[in-house]
Design a protein around this ligand. Sequence first.
Ligand code: NAP
Ligand code: GDD
Length: 341
Amino acid sequence: MAKRALVTGITGQDGSYLAEHLLSEGYDVWGLVRGQANPRVSRVRKLLQDVQLVRGDLLDQGSLISAVEKVRPDEVYNLGAISFVPMSWEQAELTAEVTGMGVLRMLEAIRVCSGITASRGSAAGQIRFYQASSSEMFGQVRETPQTESTPFHPRSPYGVAKAYGHFLTQNYRESYGMFAVSGILFNHESPRRGAEFVTRKVTLGVARIKLGLATELRLGNLEARRDWGYAGDYVRAMHLMLGAGDPEDYVIGTGRTRSVRELVEAAFTAAGLDWEQHVVCDQNLHRPAEVDLLCADPKKARTQLGWEPTVSFEELVAMMVEADLRLLADGHDPDHDSSWP
Ligand code: NAP
Ligand code: GDD
C-alpha cells in the first residue's frame, strides 16, 4: 500500500517541492490548508493536482487532531509557520503561536491519535514527524561553520519560536519515544520563493529593471552573509530524515556562504546589468537585530543520509532571474510590499 504523508505549509515554497517529491516516490500526499477563502489554495490545486487537501490550522488543536484522524498518515511534515523574520517583530505573539506553539499542537495531535502516553510509548508503525527547524536559531553564531551541536542564540522572535519547536520535538522523542526529528535548514530558494525574501526580491527587481518596468531596487543590509541553496534539493533531505533507521536531527546547507552584495552582483550580472547603477541602500530596511553570518557544516547529512546539494549558487541565481524575466514578460508580477525589511 502507498505510504501516506500529511504536509502542513503545503501552499508555501517547500510544501510544493516536497509534495512533488513525495508524489514521485509513490506517496499519497495530503496538504493541510487553512482559512475560509485562502487564495493560495487554488494555486496549489493547479500546481499539485494529485495532492488531496484537508482543512486545519496550526492555531487550532482540534482541527489538527481531526486532520490526523482523517488522513491516518505514516509521515507528518510540519512546514507551516510565519516564516518571514521581519514579520516576527511586528507580530511576535502570532509568530510564537503559529511557529512555536503550532509544533506542540501538531505533536499532540499525533500523540493523542496514536494513543501514546508517558507510560505507554509508541509502537511499531508509529507516525513519523518532521519539524522544519531553521539556521535562524544559531543567530549570533558561536562558531563557523554551524553543526548540529552549535549552541543557539536566536536574534528574532521567529528564531526564538523555532528554537522552542526544535527543543520540543527533541523532548517528544525523548519523553515518548516518538520518531520525531528536526531538519536545521539553511536558507533555500527557488523561482517559487515568496517575493518578500531577499533572493526573490532581488531577482524580481532585476527582471523589472531589465524589462523597463522599474529603475531602482531598494535593499537593506548588503553585508549579511547566508548559506543559500536550492529548495528542490532540501526537500529530498526532509524525506531522507524520515526514512532513516534512527530519529536524529540534521543540519542541511551547502557549506558556502555569500553576502547579500554578492547575491545582488550575481543577479544583475546574469541579466547583463550593472547593480551599482540601480541598487539603493535604505536604512529603513535594516532589522532591529541582524544575523550576520550563516554557514552550514552538512557533513552529518552527507555521511549518514547520503544527501548532497546539486544546484550551485550561480545556477540558482540564474534560474531565478530567468524565471522572473519569463514571468514578467508574460504580464504577471507577484504582489510585493516594498516596505518590508
Ligand atoms: P513559506 O513559503 O512562507 O510557507 C509557509 C507556510 O505556512 C504557508 O503554506 C502558510 O500557509 C503556512 N501557514 C502559515 N500560518 C499557518 C497556520 N496558522 N496554520 C497552518 N499553516 C500556516 O515558507 P517556506 O519557505 O516554504 O518554509 C517552510 C518551513 O521551513 C517554514 O516553517 C519555515 O519557517 C522553515 N524554514 C524555511 C527556510 C527557507 O529558507 N525557506 C529555512 C529554514 C526553515 P498560508 O498559505 O495559508 O499562509
Ligand atoms: N527580506 C529582505 N529584504 N532581506 C534583506 C533586504 C531586503 O530588502 N536587504 C537585505 N536583506 C538581508 C536581511 O537583513 C538578511 O540578513 C538577509 O538579507 C536574508 O533575508 P531573508 O531573505 O528575508 O531571509 P532570512 O535569512 O531572514 O530568513 C530565511 O531563512 C531562514 C533560515 O536561515 C527565511 O526563509 C526563514 O524562514 C528561514 O528560517
